[in-house]
Design a protein around this ligand. Sequence first.
Ligand code: ADE
Length: 247
Amino acid sequence: MKCDVLTIFPDIFDSYLNESIIKRARANNLLDVTLFNIRDFSSDPHRTVDDSPFGGGAGMVFKPEPIFRAMDFLREDGEPRRVILLTPQGRPFSQSIAEDYSKEQKRFVFICGRYEGIDERVKTLADEEISIGDYVLTGGELAALVIIDAVTRLIPGALGDERSVEDESFSWGLLDYPHYTRPREFRGLSVPQVLVSGDHKEIDNWRRKEALKKTVKVRPDLIAKVKLTELDRRILSEIQALSDEEA
Ligand code: ADE
């Protein structure tokens, strides 16, 4: 993934991009992030990037000029780019969007809004407007980092062990099953017997069942979107029967 980030707080990105998997992905040229301070593209001596809203109201609005100038600068190299504007009004980010982005050959531009909003004309620069959830952050910087993180771990070679991503396709669309490591007994809590049985078919069945159970309980809305196998349907009716008994 190659991306340019337009922000008025480039320092926010420093620590996150310099740790762990993201740091290694950058070192291995799997991820390339270039940060641009929108203030550098302001045409006035005070490096102003915001102004009061037409029509009145509280707060300040991001001016269009510095962002347009920044985009003109980026486009000088002629490289095709996919421009993403981060706002709470955007299309909700999801794992399937992360997968789509991880296959993108074009360079991304993430425009991080701030203040009360962004001049509507900035939207003409963007291919897509994306939100990371139904809550309002103080700016788009965390949203850009969330997207960069979710996409990077899908790039082949970015995770130490490719099975981590394969495993997710096993439980695609469901919440994850429970994980355990040593010790087998810890403060009276033991690891489920099946996980130490060595029977991989049984382990797979158990994991699928636990993922289904957790999803039904916490995110029943997701079940409708999952491609269920015959075995899944059987497991789901068992879960339903159990919860009917408890009721
Ligand atoms: N900027 C502020 N809140 C946001 C959100 N939820 N998603 C993306 N960008 C944002």
